[in-house]
Design a protein around this ligand. Structure first.
Ligand SMILES: *[C@@H]1O[C@H](CO)[C@@H](O)[C@H](O)[C@H]1NC(C)=O
Ligand SMILES: *[C@@H]1O[C@H](CO)[C@@H](O)[C@H](O)[C@H]1NC(C)=O
Length: 283
């Protein structure tokens, strides 16, 4: 009995591995940069550190979440919008040769309300300059209509003056991922910055199909990392039969799921196709 179970698990696992490598091959055909799990593990630590509310510890990079893979980070600017309860930072990670921008998501205590709100919200805002592109007003304004945007732009400019032309990596978790996406697009389109990459964790949908397709052309180096049981990436709802009318993820998702063998847990990565709404992945 035990042996049969083990065999089944091994077969399932090899199917996962096979399908994962198949997906990866599809990617290299389109010459997109690959998913780098080492980089993801570093960026998720930045996305996590930005939740720290002790600003002194954060500014001096001495917080409890600041001494793992992000050691040595040099903070340029910590931006807090008290009125809208938003927080972000910009700094330089010399080991990555990059300017890192991280956005905080929603605070724990308000997440329930926020999810309920997101579920009912319709596409309600035209993205300026692109016909048919609609986005979520709340996420759009959280980045574009608060003190975050000017703070970030100034900090990125001074980082470039101080350190030269580094890469720019924008990251965030949950709603922070939504803001990170708007920021990556803004830096590229409105400030002509090169070498911008966006990697988000558990990010909700932010716009319709027209917006998504524009996004993937403008910031092709964008990856959305999703965890198996995370709920937020499924929000707001996507209606398969009305893709033009509903929210649509921008392409390139990496789906992480965990397979347990007793005390051993393997994390499996699956890189999805370029549709942004691959039914074999998170949906
Ligand atoms: C992945 O990212 C790490 C950290 O930036 C880097 O050192 C490594 O060279 C990257 N790997 C590939 C294959 O690009
Ligand atoms: C921007 O914020 C101001 C003040 O909070 C508000 O009155 C205005 O409607 C907002 N504009 C947009 C486009 O969200």
């Amino acid at each position: 009995m035990e042996r049969r179970r083990l065999l089944t698990i091994v077969i399932i696992l090899s199917l996962f591995v096979l399908s994962a490598s198949r997906e990866l091959k599809v990617h290299s055909k389109y010459h997109l940069p690959g998913y780098n799990h080492t980089l993801a593990k570093i960026l998720v630590e930045y996305s996590s550190a930005v939740y720290i509310s002790d600003l002194t510890e954060l500014f001096t990079w001495t917080c409890s979440r600041c001494n793992g893979l992000t050691k040595g980070f040099e903070m340029i600017e910590l931006i807090v919008d008290v009125e809208h309860c938003l927080q972000a930072f910009v700094g330089v990670a010399k080991d990555l040769n990059a300017i890192v921008i991280a956005f905080r998501g929603t605070q724990e205590h308000s997440i329930q309300n926020w999810i309920a709100d997101l579920y009912w919200k319709q596409l309600d805002c035209n993205y300026p300059g692109i016909s048919d592109a609609m986005v979520h007003h709340g996420f759009y304004s959280a980045y574009h209509n608060t003190t975050l945007r000017p703070g970030i732009i100034n900090a990125v400019k001074s980082a470039k003056e101080l350190y030269g032309d580094l890469q720019i990596m924008v990251t965030g978790h949950s709603m922070g991922g939504a803001m990170a996406s708007f920021c990556g697009m803004d830096l590229t389109v409105n400030f002509g910055m090169q070498n911008v990459q966006v990697m988000t964790f558990g990010q909700p949908r932010i716009g319709n199909a027209a917006f998504s397709s524009y996004f993937s052309q403008i910031v092709p180096n964008t990856i959305r990392v999703t965890n198996e049981h995370d709920m937020v990436p499924h929000l707001p709802p996507y209606y398969f039969h009305f893709p033009q009318k509903t929210y649509h993820h921008f392409p390139r998702e990496v789906w992480l799921y965990h397979i347990g063998f007793g005390s051993l847990v393997y994390t499996v990565e699956k890189v999805c196709d370029g549709s942004g709404e691959d039914p074999t992945c998170s949906r």
